[in-house]
Design a protein around this ligand. Structure first.
Ligand SMILES: [Zn+2]
Length: 282
């Protein structure tokens, strides 16, 4: 069984200079000082999870990298395990003491803790968020008006023009456009959360909400659940406390979009590729 060593310092993961998670029979001594958090088994390997007290710099053969950036160098499996390790470290830091009686919590299984006094058990809790790709077909009469007086091509084509709703959230760190997203509230279904978030953040109504896929989002402990939906009615009125920009975009007029590591990108790419398939079939 291969032993992997997932070591983090303030959100940065330790990698070899070749871009791998360190592995071997024993952890490199240069990890120290560290705090061992837990061990998890996965697909025939054992993952040892450590929190480093200080970042490791200047050690031959090792480098530190932000977890999100490690998506570009790690294998899919290693990136997924690194995300899980990061979530467990966050969980460990936030469950040192019992929420009921204040006594110290002790690791009970690799992914659960038990109170040393009252016996209360806790597991890592996920913050579930929904994200939705909303599309609509542009009214051809509007297209003709926009294209006047060169509207002859539009009039001769019956192909509807599809648009996607893209927004820039205030918390985006880069100037790209993504999708409407938000946290699920207590007592809501996922579909209700999608409908509410879209109404709150953009003022529009949607229908045909369909599941697309999901993605662990270890920043710090999320699960993103992706949906597609169709526009029904309403003009866009952005909730300025959440979104700074937003609008409808056609496939040939796309703004910068999120990186490949996100489900937002997967949802957008799926829509762009649907057009490629359609074009190939015509
Ligand atoms: Zn307790």
């Amino acid at each position: 069984m291969t032993n992997y060593y997932f070591a983090f310092c303030q959100g940065d993961v330790l990698l070899t200079t070749e871009g791998n998670i360190p592995f071997g029979d024993t952890p490199p001594m240069s990890f120290q000082p560290w705090e061992h958090v837990t061990d998890i088994q996965a697909d025939g390997c054992c993952c040892h999870v450590y929190r480093l007290e200080r970042p490791i710099v200047g050690k031959e053969g090792l480098q530190m990298m932000p977890l999100r950036a490690s998506f570009d160098v790690l294998s899919q499996q290693e990136y997924a395990l690194a995300g899980k390790a990061a979530e467990l470290i966050y969980w460990d830091q936030n469950t040192k003491y019992c929420g009921c009686c204040g006594a110290p919590m002790k690791l009970h299984t690799p992914i659960s803790k038990r109170c040393s006094e009252c016996g209360k058990e806790v597991w890592p809790q996920l913050a579930t968020a929904v994200i939705v790709r909303i599309t609509r077909f542009k009214d051809l009469r509007m297209v003709e008006e926009e294209m006047q007086p060169q509207s002859s091509n539009i009039k001769s084509s019956n192909a509807p023009i599809e648009e996607v709703l893209l927004v820039h959230a205030n918390n985006f760190r880069r100037p790209y456009y993504g999708l409407v997203a938000g946290f699920v509230e207590t007592g809501e279904t996922l579909e209700e959360a999608v409908r509410r978030e879209v109404r709150e953040e953009t003022g529009i109504e949607i229908t045909d909400i369909r599941y697309f896929g999901s993605q662990p989002w270890p920043y710090p402990c999320g699960l993103m659940v992706g949906f597609t939906a169709k526009y029904v009615s309403g003009d866009i009125h952005l909730q300025r406390s959440e979104l700074s920009k937003g609008g409808w975009f056609t496939r040939d007029n796309m703004p910068p979009i999120p990186g490949k590591s996100s489900i937002a990108r997967a949802l957008i790419d799926d829509w762009l590729q649907a057009a490629d398939c359609r074009d190939a079939n015509t």
